[in-house]
Design a protein around this ligand. Structure first.
Ligand SMILES: [Fe+2]
Ligand SMILES: [Fe+2]
Length: 374
């Protein structure tokens, strides 16, 4: 599949290279340092998004952004400005829609990527209204619930159990009507990875459960668990969560806290089923006791958490990361097999692989985007 093009206009060479590297597996990056050249390119090439630094050769990034937005051709292309400081003029540019976002040029790559992804995600959401009404409702309900959970970054603010249940009911309805395929396809153009991953894991678990004959009430629990399993990531710093590339040891310690944080968030919320709380806390536990946060082993881990771990790993494998492209679904299923035993429950892995293979489900959960850590 041809990757969409993005323009990176930036005078500073190391920043330019860093950005091009960041977008490597998601986009084809056209990187320039000259403002006039950037303007020429945007009038001759279709870009999915643009990142424009304030400092450019020959023309300022602000002037480039004004000119780009004025042209009919680029009226609906996401533009991110990278600036030395947020001045009143730049604030006015954001408020009037000349640029969609502005980030400080000293921002860490992970924080930058978070802003970029949410900017592009907002554009993707505009297209949802043209979809089938039921598909649109699944997506908008999930997005609304996700946003309300992630608008705070502490583990002690409860979420509304009814919101989670509503999302799960929508997902189960879409699985049973067959519309989940259209939901997953729409997600492929959304860039907010944690949101996409949450809804994908909910869909994968509900789909798998439905295929193996789980009754609707329990499917709803599975979908809730899938959607909520990574809610603990709301307390993670964006610089770590969205860091492109492998994490160092200290960052790994930070990211691993998301499982305990998920338990804390779900536990302080009234009316969340115990199974859903368990999955939040246990989806990174391993059968051999080497997982986290509590090093549980064997039968100390409940069945739903074992299934959720498989759906979670599968979703992570088929995604692109900044340091690797996403694996083909069949390859991901083979890799799940390699993890069966010490890490994942072998009988469930076999069943999961059979269901994914036999239904063709795996082919449309391959999501061409940059993923986050954890
Ligand atoms: Fe996780
Ligand atoms: Fe996850």
């Amino acid at each position: 599949m041809q990757r969409p093009k993005i323009l990176v206009a930036c005078q500073d060479r190391s920043s330019r290279l860093r950005l091009a590297e960041t977008f490597r597996f998601r986009y084809q990056t056209v990187a320039v340092e000259d403002g006039w050249l950037a303007l020429h390119l945007v009038n001759t090439t279709a870009f999915e998004a643009m990142v424009i630094a304030e400092r450019l050769d020959s023309l300022s990034g602000l002037d480039v952004a004004y000119s780009v937005r004025q042209s009919q051709r680029n009226a609906a292309v996401p533009i991110m400005l990278v600036a030395r400081a947020i001045t009143p003029r730049i604030r006015e540019m954001v408020e009037s829609g000349v640029v969609d976002r502005c980030v400080d040029e000293t921002a860490e790559t992970g924080a930058f990527l978070f802003e970029f992804n949410s900017m592009c995600g907002a554009y993707a959401e505009r297209a949802w209204k043209d979809l089938d009404a039921d598909v649109n409702r699944v997506l908008t309900t999930a997005r609304g619930a996700y946003s309300s959970v992630f608008k705070v970054d502490t583990p002690d603010v409860p979420l509304e159990a009814s919101l989670l249940k509503t999302v799960a009911d929508e997902v189960v309805g879409a699985v049973r009507s067959g519309r989940i395929t259209a939901v997953m396809q729409a997600l492929q153009t959304h860039d907010d990875y944690t949101f996409v991953h949450s809804l994908s894991v909910a869909a994968v678990l509900a789909f798998f459960g439905n295929q193996i004959g789980i009754r609707p009430g329990d499917l709803c629990i599975m979908a809730q668990a899938g959607f909520a399993h990574d809610f603990g990531k709301r307390v993670m710093p964006h610089a770590v969560l969205y860091k492109p590339g492998p994490l160092d040891t200290a960052q790994m310690v930070v990211i691993r806290r998301h499982a305990a944080a998920a338990g804390q968030i779900l536990r302080c919320s009234q009316g969340i089923p115990a199974e859903v709380i368990n999955v939040g806390e246990r989806h990174h536990e391993h059968l051999d006791g080497t997982g986290y946060p509590n090093g549980l082993a064997g039968r100390q881990i409940d069945d739903l958490s074992l299934v959720a771990a498989i759906g979670d790993v599968f979703s992570a494998l088929v995604d692109n990361r900044c340091y690797k492209p996403g694996y083909a679904p069949e390859e991901a299923i083979r890799m799940l097999g390699d993890m069966a035993g010490p890490h994942l429950e072998p009988n469930l892995v076999t069943k999961f692989g059979e269901v994914m293979h036999d239904t063709g489900f795996a082919s449309w959960v391959a999501l061409p985007r940059i993923a986050v850590n954890g």
